[in-house]
Design a binder for this molecule. Structure first.
Ligand code: NAP
Length: 193
């Protein structure tokens, strides 16, 4: 229950990035929407695996939280949404977990290192993707689609095994609070606000 769909999706993304060649030596791994459900678990799982995690967030107040999850560096959400996105820009990340999509994904693709992969599973930044073929045909960048719903059972089982072992964040239980059934109406109201 602590992992939720978000946690499973983060695990699937990391698994697919590694399946497509991501290794610690390749360079930093970017996580967008880092304080969100998918992003926060991805930060802590990647950090546990020994990756240098760059976390992008729009929340200045949550930097300490992201460092506690294991982020090495924090960048602003705006840095990934420049006004003009060049087809190819300076190579920055060996891989990326991107729950944001939209223009952020276009920028991330144009700044992914040669042979790197970007796993996309969400659209909090919008569903449209305005990019070019250049990251794919000149840098061999891979865009990996992540879907947790129809993920086949054999892979699902493998991922839950990993989520119980090498991907299991040391601080997993700290990410939740237990409430009684009576406290639920107030708690849900707080979550929504
Ligand atoms: N494909 C799948 O199987 C699958 C599974 C689970 C979720 N999803 C999708 O993945 C996305 C994220 O899910 P989640 O559970 O992590 O959601 P969430 O908890 O709401 O987190 C989303 C995060 O995105 C960032 N964000 C919000 N508005 C933004 C904007 N306008 N531009 C850029 N960043 C923005 C925020 O992080 P910061 O403030 O830190 O920037 C926010 O915390 C959703 O679109 C969801 O539907 C897909």
């Amino acid at each position: 229950m602590v992992y939720g769909t978000a946690g499973f999706t983060a695990a699937l993304a990391i698994h697919q990035l590694e399946h497509n060649g991501l290794e610690r030596e390749n360079g930093p791994v970017l996580v967008t929407g880092a304080t969100g459900g998918v992003g926060s678990i991805a930060v802590t799982m990647l950090s546990k695996l020994g990756y240098d995690v760059v976390a992008s967030t729009g929340k200045d107040s949550e930097h300490d939280f992201l460092y506690s999850l294991g982020a090495k560096e924090i960048i602003s959400r705006e840095e990934l949404q420049p006004e003009k996105i060049r087809p190819l820009d300076k190579q920055r990340w060996a891989g990326a977990v991107d729950p944001v999509g939209g223009n952020t994904l276009a920028y991330v693709l144009s700044t992914t290192k040669y042979g790197g992969s970007v796993a996309v599973m969400g659209l909090t930044g919008g569903p449209k993707l305005g990019t070019t073929v250049f990251p794919f045909i000149l840098r061999g960048v891979n865009l990996l689609g992540i879907d947790s719903v129809y993920c086949p059972m054999p892979l699902r089982k493998k991922l839950w095994e990993r989520m119980a072992t090498d991907l299991k964040p040391t601080i997993l239980s700290d990410l939740t609070t237990e409430v009684s059934l009576d406290e639920l109406p107030t708690t849900l109201k707080n979550i929504l606000s």
